[in-house]
Design a protein around this ligand. Structure first.
Ligand SMILES: [Fe+2]
Ligand SMILES: [Fe+2]
Length: 445
């Protein structure tokens, strides 16, 4: 007998025949195979009842010729009850045609003829049992894959929601941080502005000087295409560039530069180093401190305190130097032609004390910043009280508080914020009610 490839696991086998001798003979043939668990029924009806209780039958072997219900009829019904069971029909030669038709209809896996050959029968049953186990395993794996797929989908969904949740939390946190940063930056700028006001109170000969320089250096930086961070830094340095003058004596401050003796000149020149030292304790202001130190260096190397020359002078310090010099010249002339006169005066400085690479940016920037000095026919002058101020009006003269603190410099265009600040100051430290403003007439349609 050739070797039979038996199934690895146990398989329930149902033998159906009305002849007891046949079922006994089949049982004897199969009982030596450990993997087979044999069940017997003597009619189609009995077998169907058994299948209802034993749905895990793997192989059904049925005789064709039985009273009441033929093998093919029984197997058709059995297929509905246990579709996964492999069905084999035992048939005589006379019924072969009916058996082939049953196979073609899918009711029967294969047929075997009676009398059977033991080896052929054992081979067929072993093959059917292996097929059944394979199908069952395949089904089990498919169910497992389906379950894992559902779990994966569920897990994926939960993960997606978690990521969305966390993303929205991070976004909210980041918005909160951005807002905090914005508040911090604006409070930093306001503090620097207040410090600049204190510097200006010390040097009454140059009202609004620090704020004018700050505005001009910002416009120059814009024209040179400097990044926002550098522009902000330059604006702060412009506001604080003369902070070292706070420590200078009243006598020294009241004197003109060319009338200083050597000791007084040294004391005056110290304001750049003193300015840097004053703010060096604040790490956020250290880079601004370097610009303050060098804002009186000359491009030709004849400045102070370190006699730096050309590009060795930080660009920011060169810009402040040019704006500072221009602003000081501007106040020497009558308002009507101050702009053109100051620019003309500066001409001889380019390439000497000033970096000529900044000339175009300064000249264009000055035209923008000091446009208010050139009062054209399209601008009306008016006097208004703090309550009557409106956004877009331009301040005609420097505005001081009652006790002499410079609030806003001439040329400032009013915003909601500055109008609120002026009204608040009017309550705290009242000043002359009439404020001179310039109002631009709207263009006719
Ligand atoms: Fe200075
Ligand atoms: Fe200055």
């Amino acid at each position: 007998m050739s070797e039979i490839d038996l199934p690895e696991n146990e398989v329930k086998i149902l033998l159906v025949d009305d002849e007891v001798n046949i079922t006994k003979a089949l049982r004897r043939l199969l009982m030596d195979v450990d993997q087979y668990d044999i069940h017997i029924a003597n009619s189609g009806q009995e077998a169907l009842a058994l299948l209802a209780d034993e749905p895990n039958i793997g192989v059904i072997i049925s005789d064709q010729r039985m009273p009441e219900m033929t093998g093919v009829e029984f197997l058709k019904e059995a297929r509905a009850l246990v579709p996964d069971a492999v069905r084999i029909l035992l048939t005589g030669y006379a019924d072969i045609e009916a058996s082939i038709a049953a196979i073609n209809q899918g009711a029967v896996f294969r047929y075997l003829t009676k009398p059977w050959d033991d080896e052929t029968l054992l081979q067929a049953i072993a093959e059917a049992a292996r097929n059944y186990l394979l199908l069952a395993e395949n089904k089990r794996l498919n169910t497992l894959v389906l379950k894992q797929k559902e779990e994966l989908y569920e897990w994926n969904n939960r993960l997606k929601h978690r990521v969305l949740d966390q993303t929205s939390q991070i976004r909210a946190k980041s918005d909160e941080l951005a807002l905090g940063n914005q508040r911090l930056r604006s409070s930093f700028n306001e503090t620097i502005g207040a410090l600049a006001g204190i510097v200006e109170m010390r040097d009454r000969r140059a009202p609004g000087h620090s704020r004018n320089v700050a505005e001009l250096v910002t416009v120059i930086a814009e024209k040179l295409g400097l990044p926002d961070a550098e522009k902000n830094q330059l604006r702060s340095a412009g506001l604080l560039h003369d902070i070292g003058k706070i420590g200078m004596s009243d006598k020294l401050l009241s004197k003109l530069l060319h009338s200083l003796d050597s000791k007084e000149l040294q004391e005056y020149q110290n304001h750049v180093v003193r300015g840097q030292a004053a703010i060096d304790m604040v790490p956020a202001l250290r880079e601004i401190g370097v610009l303050i130190r060098h804002h009186h260096e000359r491009f030709d190397g004849r400045g102070f305190p370190d006699k730096l020359k050309g590009d060795a002078i930080p660009l920011g310090a060169r810009i402040i130097c040019a704006a500072d010099m221009f602003e000081r010249k501007l106040i020497q002339f009558a308002k009507s032609d101050a702009l053109s006169s100051a620019l003309k005066e500066l001409e001889c400085e380019w390439g000497k004390s000033l970096d000529s690479g900044l000339r175009i940016a300064l000249e264009e920037g000055a035209q923008e910043v000091y446009r208010h000095l050139d009062i054209s026919a399209e601008v009306l002058e008016a006097k208004v009280s703090p309550k009557e101020l409106e956004v877009g009006m331009q301040l005609g003269d420097d505005l001081y508080s009652g006790t002499g603190v410079l609030l806003l410099k001439q040329g400032t265009v009013f915003s909601e914020k500055s109008i609120e600040a002026v009204n608040r100051c009017f309550m705290i430290d009242p000043f002359e009610r009439d404020i001179r403003v310039l109002i631009k007439c709207s263009e006719p349609d």
